[in-house]
Design a protein around this ligand. Structure first.
Ligand code: ADP
Ligand code: ZN
Length: 441
C-alpha cells in the first residue's frame, strides 16, 4: 500500500539547520573529537605527531585536511580495544563486522554513541512516515552485525511496535507480516526481494498486507531493483547506508525524493577524495567516501577511508533537509565483496585454503544471485598428488574447507574441488572473483 508523499522530519533543528551554522557546529565537534582522540588513542596520536598536527590546529572544518587518514587496517592492528577513546567501563556495547583477516572489525559504543545511533535511525524511520501507529518488522540479522539492533533501536525510539524477526525463516516472516499487520520492513535489499518474490509465489496479493514502506541497506543495490521491489509489494522502498566503524545503518538515509541519501551531518562529516592522490573532490565527482565521526566517544574515527565510491550533493532538498546527500554506492576501491551484508575479502578465503594441505594456491570465488539471494562458491584447485578418484577423501576435504570458511567468514559457501591446472592463470593481477550478480537482479 503506497502512502502519501509527506515530508516528515524527526529533528528539524538539526536536519534543516542553516548550512553555515552547521559548519560552525561541525568545526567545534571536530575539535572536541580530535582532542579526545589525541589524548586517549596512542596510535592516532602518533600519526598526528608524525604529520606535525596538534588538536589546537583544528579550528574549523576546513582544517580537517591537516589530519591523517584512518583505515580498516587501523582497526585490525589495534584489535580489539586499541582504538577506544573512552574508559573500558563506559563501553556498553560491541558491534562488529567480519574483517580482512578473519578477525572481526569491532567498535565500542558508549551510552552516548548508542543514543546518537538510535536517533540517526529514528530520523530515517520517521522520514518514511514511521511512528507509534506502525508495526515494524526487522528482518536484518541480530547480533554483532549492526543491521538488526540498529533498526530495532530506531524503530523503538519512534514508538513503533517492533517485531524483531532477525533474518531467515522466510515463510514464518511472511506469516507474521500478515498476521501482525506489519507496516514497515527493514532488511537487506536482496532479502527484501526474496521475501517479496516468495510472497507472490505463495499467492498472497500485496493488498492483503499492510506494508507501506521499508528501509533497505548494508549492501549495494540499484534503481532497477528498487522498482522491481516496489512493484512486487506496492510500497515505497528506501535506501539506508551505514558501516560498523562509523555507526551502523542510519549514517545516511533516503527521503521521499529518492534521489540520494541524507547524511546525518551533525554527527558525521563526509568528504569525497581521489583515492590515489587523496585530494578532496567537489560535488558531483565520484570518489572515495571518507567519514569523520563528530559525536562518538567510544571509538571515534577521523577521516576514515570507507573504500566506497559515490558522489556528494550539497543544497536544500525538496524535503526541507539541508544535509548533504550521497549517491548510491557505485563500487569499491578494494576487492571487498559484500555478500548477504557480510564483508568478504578474497584474502580471507586464501588464508583458509593455505591451511589445507591438499589445496593449491589457485582458487576462484564465484558469486551468483539466486532467488535474489547471494550465493558464494569457492572453486579450489587441488595439488597434483591428490587422487581425484578417491571420492570419500575428496568429500572430506571439501567438507573441511566449507567448515573453515564458515568459521572465518561467518557465511556459508559451496566448495567445488577442481583438478590441477584448471583454474585460469593470470600474468598480471590474478582474477580471484567472478561476480555474476548483475547488480539488481
Ligand atoms: P553494516 O554492519 O552496517 O552493514 P559493515 O561494516 O558490515 O556494516 O559493512 C559496511 C559496508 O556495507 C559499507 O562500507 C558498504 O560497502 C556496504 N553498504 C552498507 N550500506 C549500503 C548501502 N545502502 N548501499 C551500498 N552499500 C552499502
Ligand atoms: Zn530530502
Amino acid at each position: 500500500m503506497r502512502q502519501k508523499k509527506i515530508h516528515y522530519i524527526y529533528n528539524k533543528e538539526m536536519e534543516c539547520m542553516d548550512p553555515e551554522e552547521r559548519r560552525k557546529l561541525q568545526g567545534e565537534r571536530l575539535r572536541k573529537t580530535v582532542e579526545l582522540e589525541y589524548a586517549n588513542v596512542p596510535a592516532y596520536r602518533a600519526r598526528m605527531d608524525e604529520a606535525g598536527v596538534k588538536p589546537e590546529d583544528i579550528n574549523s572544518i576546513d582544517d580537517i585536511v591537516k589530519l591523517p587518514f584512518m583505515q580498516k587496517t587501523d582497526l585490525r592492528d589495534n584489535f580489539p580495544f586499541g582504538l577506544f577513546a573512552a574508559d573500558r567501563k563506559d563501553i556498553i556495547r560491541i558491534q562488529g563486522s567480519s574483517g580482512t583477516t578473519g578477525k572481526p572489525v569491532v567498535a565500542g559504543y558508549t551510552q552516548n554513541d548508542i543514543d546518537v545511533w538510535t536517533e540517526m535511525v529514528a530520523r530515517a524511520i520517521k522520514c518514511a512516515g514511521g511512528g507509534e501507529d506502525d508495526v515494524i518488522q526487522i528482518a536484518y540479522g541480530y547480533g554483532l552485525f549492526t543491521g538488526g539492533l540498529g533498526a530495532h533501536q530506531g524503530a523503538t525510539k519512534v514508538g513503533a511496535m517492533v517485531v524483531p524477526m532477525s533474518s531467515g525463516n522466510t515463510q514464518r516472516q511472511i506469516m507474521m507480516m500478515k498476521e501482525l499487520g506489519a507496516t514497515m520492513l527493514c532488511c537487506t535489499p536482496s532479502y527484501a526481494t526474496y521475501l517479496a518474490e516468495t510472497i507472490r509465489e505463495m499467492g498472497i496479493d500485496p493488498s492483503e498486507l499492510k506494508i507501506k514502506s521499508g528501509y533497505f541497506g548494508a549492501e549495494p543495490w540499484t534503481e532497477e531493483m528498487r522498482q522491481h521491489l516496489e512493484e512486487l509489494l506496492d510500497f515505497d522502498a528506501f535506501d539506508i547506508y551505514g558501516l560498523t566503524e562509523i555507526g551502523g545503518p542510519g549514517v545516511a538515509f533516503e527521503c521521499f525524493e529518492k534521489n540520494g541519501m541524507h547524511i546525518n551531518e551533525d554527527h558525521v562529516l563526509a568528504e569525497i577524495i581521489d583515492p590515489v592522490t587523496e585530494e578532496p573532490l567537489p560535488d558531483g565527482v565520484p570518489g572515495e567516501l571518507v567519514f569523520t565521526t563528530l559525536t562518538k566517544t567510544g571509538t571515534p574515527m577521523i577521516r576514515y577511508r570507507t573504500h566506497d565510491i559515490c558522489t556528494l550533493t550539497h543544497g536544500t532538498c525538496a524535503c526541507g533537509r539541508t544535509t548533504v546527500k550521497m549517491s548510491r554506492i557505485t563500487g569499491r576501491t578494494d576487492d571487498m565483496l559484500v555478500i548477504r551484508g557480510v564483508n568478504v575479502f578474497p584474502s580471507q578465503i586464501e588464508s583458509v585454503l593455505l591451511g589445507v594441505e591438499e589445496a593449491s594456491a589457485h582458487y576462484m570465488i564465484v558469486v551468483d544471485r539466486v532467488n535474489s539471494q547471494d550465493k558464494l562458491t569457492v572453486q579450489v584447485e587441488l595439488k597434483e598428488d591428490v587422487d581425484m578418484g578417491d571420492v570419500a577423501k575428496l568429500a572430506a576435504i571439501a567438507s573441511r574447507i566449507k567448515t573453515d570458511i564458515k568459521q572465518t567468514l561467518l557465511i556459508s559457501a559451496k566448495v567445488e574441488l577442481v583438478p590441477p591446472k584448471t583454474i585460469p592463470r593470470s600474468e598480471g593481477k590474478a582474477k580471484r572473483i567472478t561476480d555474476n550478480r548483475h547488480i539488481g537482479f
